[in-house]
Design a protein around this ligand. Structure first.
Ligand SMILES: [Mg+2]
Length: 322
């Protein structure tokens, strides 16, 4: 199948909901934007063997690709509008693989209102490489990493560390957990949940926000650097899933993997103490648990306040591919 046949068969159906995609037959897409809105753009590439495992289910790879990019929109408080895909496919990629990949992408395009409006497909002798560009809309303010103030509370959504532990399960670790717990952790690694509704709700409340992709400590470090402040995190306040708690109870050293591991795609943010009631309402309205885990203060960098209580050795400050 040539490139045009491949696009027509597998990817054009994902563009059907957006007239401006022109059926993926033209040189570019033309999108109407509501008056007064701003375009928010983000792009992220995933490489087999680095960001996902080459034998992960293709539908899950597609959904992770979509969701890590939508998570960047969530971190800015933006609403998805459209996505563009650059797929660099190993020669000989099967039609069955492509069909399952396109199905996963289609499911998420519908779920999150993010139709495919363009992209490119090329063959390579290298590893499967997938880049997605997410376009979003903001109709008021946006969240950035730079607005934190000394005295702000530090929060994180959901639970932290499940994805890092899920990767360990896929690599044969955490054999002591039961099947259900292992499945929960793997699912969190393979198919993260972009916190889009929460991100929108935080606009006007949070001072600074980031999505947790590199690891909680590393990503809070980005807020610190951009805001010119330090953060103190209380390890005991970091929210853990039952599966992660079981894993850490069995092996306390795993807490450093939880705080330093990446791929959770939760939102970490700061807000003044006066916003606590508003945040409680935002969490309830969006169905996302919010945990207050620390405080912003003058200085630089992230310290983990009660690490010693966990016998914690922070062996790495975050997850880096370089
Ligand atoms: Mg991000």
């Amino acid at each position: 199948m040539d490139e045009f046949g491949l696009i027509a068969r597998f990817f054009a159906p994902l563009a059907a909901a957006e007239p401006g995609a022109l059926g993926l037959t033209d040189d570019a897409a033309v999108l109407d934007l509501p008056p007064g809105t701003r375009l928010v753009a983000a792009t992220d590439a995933l490489v087999a063997g680095i960001h996902f495992l080459a034998d992960d289910p293709p539908g899950d790879i597609a959904r992770k690709l979509m969701r890590v990019n939508l998570s960047d929109l969530a971190a800015m408080g933006a609403t998805p509008r459209a996505v563009l895909l650059a797929a660099v496919l190993p020669r000989g990629t099967s039609e069955a693989w492509l069909a399952a990949f396109a199905d996963g992408l289609s499911d998420d395009a519908q779920e999150f209102g993010a139709p495919l409006v363009g992209g490119d497909t090329v063959a390579t002798d290298g590893p499967l490489t997938l880049a997605l560009t997410a376009l979003g809309l903001a109709d008021g303010g946006v969240l950035t990493r730079a607005g934190a103030r000394a005295g702000d509370d530090v929060y994180v959504s959901g639970t932290i560390g499940d994805a890092a532990l899920g990767l360990r399960v896929l690599r044969g670790g955490l054999a002591g957990l039961d099947e259900d717990q292992r499945a929960v952790l793997v699912s969190r690694y393979r198919v993260p949940i972009p916190r889009l509704a929460l991100g929108r709700a935080l606009v006007g409340i949070a001072h600074a926000c980031i999505d947790v992709s590199d690891g909680l400590i590393a990503d809070l470090g980005h807020i610190c650097a951009c805001s010119g402040l330090a953060a103190q995190v209380m390890a005991a306040e970091v929210p853990l899933s039952p599966a992660a708690r079981s894993a850490i109870t069995a092996d306390r050293n795993l807490l450093s993997a939880v705080l330093g591991g990446g791929d959770d795609y939760e939102l970490a943010f700061t807000a003044p103490p006066s916003a606590r009631a508003a945040l409680q309402r935002a969490g309830q309205a969006t169905g996302v648990a919010l945990a207050r885990i620390g405080v912003m203060m003058p200085g630089e960098g992230v310290t983990v306040g009660d690490a010693a209580a966990f016998g914690l050795v922070l062996e790495k400050r975050g997850f880096s591919h370089f």
